[in-house]
Ligand binder design. Structure first.
Ligand code: AMP
Length: 503
């Protein structure tokens, strides 16, 4: 056996007839089927000219075939490059121009629009639709299921995932077989995953969360996953009596809480609810526990590092924290200026080291050198602190830090105060250009009802609770916060929208 993640996955299978994937349409794909279908797909990729080390890019809807494509690419020794289905042709042009894949897989409906970009990148274009049909599936259907998995070293690339990058061009994070396998092992241990688990898989598969965390953890455990095309509260609630695990972004939990059917009975068969990719509001955590009796387990990770920290399986899962470092992962908090390690309770830059940390940014040696230290620590860009019990708290992205009149203000602290006010659904605190202070602390608030509260109400409630310099200079109201597909609040859009507030 080699370090190819597919080899390791395959060698761990003990019951080849067990279901690996089920779909709402009643399809049942056993582990034996999965091996055979990835073999056919790997042969199809090779016949399209894919050689070990080549990139295989895919902008496709979620389907069983799309997961088979990921595994087949890895099996063929290629580097899988999933692309957000929301990207426009101009964005795709950049990604495939940068990554120069040998093959680019897209939806048949977009093939004409993307053909030129594929040609420019030197990629052969093939198709796969949401139902799993297309020229790629046709090629795989004619191919043999027998395929000798290409040997790989732990340090060889398995995937290239572009960061969502709200400023500047997104960067391709190079993830190795060793990164993915070690993180899968750490998560299986941390979350007590076994072959008896049944995951409700409702996440997109172009992102580390749905592709690696959800899929690898399940398949490496010999467990099964029920593959939903997208987040669908009805279906999720309907599956809870036979599933054991749900992995979601915080929005999943907020939306499920809006459904009266969610209660203790409905969730009695479930073992674990996991949240990540964006901060889970402490209030959501508490409400979920009150309604279902389950404490949501929040974890923290990113494209470049896979998963870093998790609340404990046994022990307190503390709302508003992301828990402790995963087995094998080192996390330190450092002074952003000097890089010196800070003691507990002091806020600084979160740095991560371990077998989970990526190899660097694709063709960007300077960016890699700027963020990945020689001693192996990756500078995450997230600010946070460890508390006295050793739980990590994230206070926001470094670029969201507000500097007002020379003082640092961490948005999370202000947001937590505002979120706790009656009549507030949620808030985002941002810094906006201010003639006097450099940046003015500004609260963007989603009220429970249009007249639930006024700017003066919010300001009066915060007065006395927060130091003067932390108090917002202005409060603006919006119907909802802009979020990306992974549930992250897009503060850059808010900064653009309200940029002239103090002008
Ligand atoms: P991505 O690379 O798209 O997975 O985004 C990674 C970023 O999401 C991290 O650097 C954090 O800023 C944020 N993130 C992920 N998980 C959490 C969490 N549990 N709480 C707060 N922020 C999170």
């Amino acid at each position: 056996m080699t370090a190819n993640l597919f080899d390791i996955l395959q060698s761990g299978i003990t019951d080849a007839q067990a279901a690996a994937i089920e779909t709402p349409k009643g399809e049942r794909i056993s582990y034996a089927d999965l091996i055979a279908r990835t073999g056919r797909m790997a042969n199809a990729l090779v016949s399209l000219g894919v050689a070990p080390g080549d990139r295989v890019a895919a902008q496709v809807e979620k389907s069983v075939e799309a997961i088979i494509l990921y595994l087949a690419a890895v099996r063929a020794g290629a580097v899988f490059l999933p692309l957000n289905t929301g990207y426009t042709p101009a964005e795709i042009d950049y990604f495939i121009g940068d990554a120069t894949p040998a093959v680019f897989v897209c939806d048949p409906a977009r093939a004409d629009a993307l053909k030129d970009a594929a040609d420019r990148a030197g990629a052969k274009i093939v198709t796969l639709d949401a139902g799993g049909q297309g020229s790629l599936t046709d090629a795989a259907a004619d191919a043999s299921p027998d395929f000798a998995t290409v040997p790989r070293e732990a340090d060889d690339l398995a995937a290239l995932l572009y960061t969502s990058g709200t400023t500047g061009r997104s960067k391709g994070a190079m993830l190795t077989h060793g990164n993915l396998v070690s993180n899968t092992d750490a998560l299986r241990e941390a979350w007590r995953y076994t072959a008896d688990d049944v995951l409700i898989h409702a996440l997109p598969i172009f992102h580390t969360h749905g592709l690696f965390v959800a899929t690898n953890v399940t398949l490496f455990s010999g467990a099964s996953m029920i593959f939903l095309p997208k987040f669908d509260p009805d279906r999720i609630l309907g599956l809870m009596d036979r599933a054991t695990v749900l992995m979601g972004v915080p929005t999943f939990y907020v939306r499920l809480l809006q459904d009266d059917r969610l209660d203790r009975d409905r969730t009695a068969h479930m073992r674990l609810f996991i949240s990540g990719s964006a901060p889970l509001l402490a209030e959501t955590h508490r409400e979920w526990q009150a309604r279902t009796g389950h404490a949501i387990l929040e974890r923290y990770g990113m494209t470049e590092t896979n998963m870093n920290a998790s609340n404990p399986y046994d022990g307190d899962r503390i709302a508003g924290t992301v828990g402790m470092p995963l087995p094998g992962v080192d996390i330190i908090v450092t002074d952003p200026e000097t890089g010196a390690e800070l003691p507990r309770d002091q806020i600084g830059m979160i740095e991560v080291r371990g077998p989970n940390v990526f190899k660097g940014y694709w063709q960007m040696p300077e960016k890699t050198a700027a963020e990945l230290r020689e001693n192996g620590f990756f500078i995450t860009g997230d600010l946070g602190k460890f508390d006295e019990r050793g739980y990590l708290h994230i206070v926001g992205r470094g670029k969201d830090l507000i500097i007002t009149g020379g003082y640092n203000v961490y948005p999370k602290e202000i947001e937590s105060e505002i979120d706790a006010l009656p009549g507030v659904v949620e808030s985002a605190v941002i810094g906006l250009p201010h003639h006097d202070f450099g940046e003015g602390v500004t609260a963007v608030v989603v009220p429970a009802a249009p007249d639930a509260l006024s700017e003066a109400d919010v300001l009066a409630a915060l007065d006395g609770r927060l130091a003067k310099f932390k108090q917002p200079k202005r409060v603006v109201f919006v119907d909802e916060l802009p979020r990306n597909t992974m549930g992250k609040v897009q503060k850059n859009l808010l900064r653009d929208r309200f940029g002239n507030l103090y002008a």
